[in-house]
Design a binder for this molecule. Structure first.
Ligand SMILES: Nc1ncnc2c1ncn2[C@@H]1O[C@H](COP(=O)(O)OP(=O)(O)OP(=O)(O)O)[C@@H](O)[C@H]1O
Ligand SMILES: [Mg+2]
Length: 498
């Protein structure tokens, strides 16, 4: 007979006010298996994980470790039960070394009570060796990439003998090669007998890494099954509840006059001599590896960061350096990459967050027209399928992906003539992804000039009329839609093209 699952949940219920985030969810996790948790934005994935992490107390249901029921009163209980949660952006102590972060508060000591730094270092090095990664235990945590920070968190989990490793969208902020390294580490752990619960909106990651997949929809369990034999369409149907139409609904548009013109844009040490145009009706993709300078160019175009040289024109009118409000007045909008930090006021309502940028358009005689704001906010919330209980609820109560949609809504509501979107579908489920693409395509058809930064190559290839590629702070290629392939874009992004 098979051993009892390392971790199981049975009949889990959790509500937040009127929202039933989980109802009757059961799931079994076995040693040596990578198990995906799939579902649309707001399906209840993070809530399930927070329950296992001891952050939320379930309203009903049982958590079992090795077949024995346990009660998790807090994160310490979860850790003692062998459950470790790696969050998307870990929070290490920046001034401590990597090794000190791993052994915080439990460093090996010498006879007089002094910390045995050599032993700490050796123990950390041994953990990295077990994971098959090359990291310096003595390096300070400050300055580590998010990918390295995640590895440090995984090493820490190992040091606690965690047998269940839970990861909530760990790959959303990683580059391709970082994802490959994380997956190699996960495979190593799995072979050593750990169980892994993994959340991602990228189907290819679920199929590439996991043996089983559990799908939630609206807080309910839809299926828990082997990945083998399942197609992407099957999984999408489980998540969305229907077949998905075209993921990249790119319409043919009339490409008109130049709307955004950037010339010789330079920011010392960040990017150099960047020139390009975006025309009305056109979607221009900006591809490149993370760190190539794409978001930085967007920020300088919009005026959040000052430029050291170069010009930016919207409809032939030069934009003042470092003045986002002037850029907005000229019809430019930027949907930032780091939406949580730059885009939203968490304690404020969904309605007000969407309305924030549009104060000018809904203000009348100096007084804000609340009714207009509400109807416009509702309109956009519906268009983007934001999942909420009441439009007056705080944005902070929404699931991660739904927060992303609110930022998109907020900028689209300004009715821009030139729209820059930075990673528009990161963290967004497949169903809504298609909807965001349809929206962008529709805006272009209405004559908006769109600059779309994306690390998702299929998205770039599927949606862009023209692809610009950056490598180490410079534009290295401009590829028309007909010639853009994964190969040609990657070659330019890695500096292999002339
Ligand atoms: N602290 C909270 N207060 C109120 N409602 C909440 C809270 N946390 C989650 N919810 C609600 O519970 C539901 C499930 O949210 P959850 O974060 O689990 O979704 P998710 O599957 O992780 O989605 P995503 O893919 O967008 O991250 C959503 O409707 C969300 O608004
Ligand atoms: Mg989530």
């Amino acid at each position: 007979m098979r051993e009892p699952p390392v971790l199981a949940v049975e009949g889990l219920d959790k509500s937040f006010g009127a929202v039933r985030a989980l109802h009757g969810v059961s799931l079994q996790l076995h040693a040596g298996e990578a198990h995906a948790l799939a579902g649309e934005n707001g399906a209840g994935k993070s809530t399930l994980i927070k329950t296992l992490a001891g952050v939320h107390r379930p309203d009903a249901g049982t958590v079992l470790i090795d077949g024995e029921p346990v009660t998790l009163h807090g994160p310490a209980d979860a850790r003692d039960a062998g459950i470790a949660v790696i969050y998307q952006e870990p929070t290490l102590f920046p001034d401590l070394s990597v090794a000190e972060n791993i052994f915080m508060g439990r460093q090996p000591r010498r006879s007089l009570g002094r910390i045995d730094h050599k032993a700490v270092k050796a123990a950390a090095a041994a953990l990295f060796a077990r994971l098959g990664v090359d990291l310096d235990p003595e390096q300070p945590a400050r300055g580590l990439s998010i990918a390295d920070q995640q590895i440090v968190e995984i090493a820490k989990a190992l040091s606690f003998d965690a047998r269940v490793l839970i990861m909530d969208e760990p790959t959303a902020a990683l580059t391709g090669s970082e994802v490959a390294r994380l997956f190699a580490v996960v495979r190593t752990l799995r072979e050593q007998g750990s169980a892994i619960l993994f959340i991602s909106h990228r189907l290819e990651e679920i199929f590439g890494l996991c043996q089983r997949v559990t799908t939630l929809r609206d807080g309910a369990l839809i299926a828990s099954e082997p990945v083998e034999g399942l197609t992407e369409d099957d999984l999408v149907r489980r998540m969305v509840g229907r077949d998905l139409d075209e993921l990249y609904p790119k319409q043919a548009t009339d490409i008109g006059a130049v709307a955004l013109s950037v010339r010789r844009l330079t920011r010392e040490g960040v990017f150099t001599d960047v020139s390009f145009d975006v025309r009305r009706g056109e979607i221009v993709g900006l591809a490149g590896l993370v760190g190539a300078g794409r978001s930085e160019v967007a920020r300088a175009v919009f005026g959040i960061d000052r430029r050291d040289a170069g010009t930016v024109e919207v409809d032939g009118r030069a934009l003042v350096n470092g003045a986002p409000s002037a850029a907005m007045a000229a019809g430019l909008a930027l949907v930032p990459e780091d939406r949580r930090a730059q885009g939203l006021v968490m304690g404020m309502s969904i309605e007000r967050n969407i309305g924030l940028t549009g104060l000018r358009t809904t203000a009348r005689a100096g007084l804000m027209d609340r009714r207009a704001e509400r109807s416009r906010s509702l309109d956009w919330a519906v268009k983007l399928q934001v999942k909420y209980a009441r439009i007056a609820d705080a944005v902070g109560t929404l699931s991660g992906g739904n927060q992303q949609k609110v930022v998109l809504a907020k900028w689209l509501a300004t009715g821009p003539r030139v729209l820059i979107v930075d990673e528009p579908t990161r963290g967004i489920d497949v169903g809504t992804k298609a909807e965001v693409h349809r929206l962008l395509s529709g805006l272009a058809a209405d004559g908006v000039a769109v600059l779309m930064i994306s690390s998702d190559l299929p998205e770039i290839l599927g949606m862009a009329d023209r692809v610009l590629v950056m490598h180490e702070g410079r534009l290295t290629a401009e590829i028309p839609r007909t010639e853009a392939t994964e190969e040609s874009v990657m070659a330019a992004a890695t500096g292999r093209a002339a």
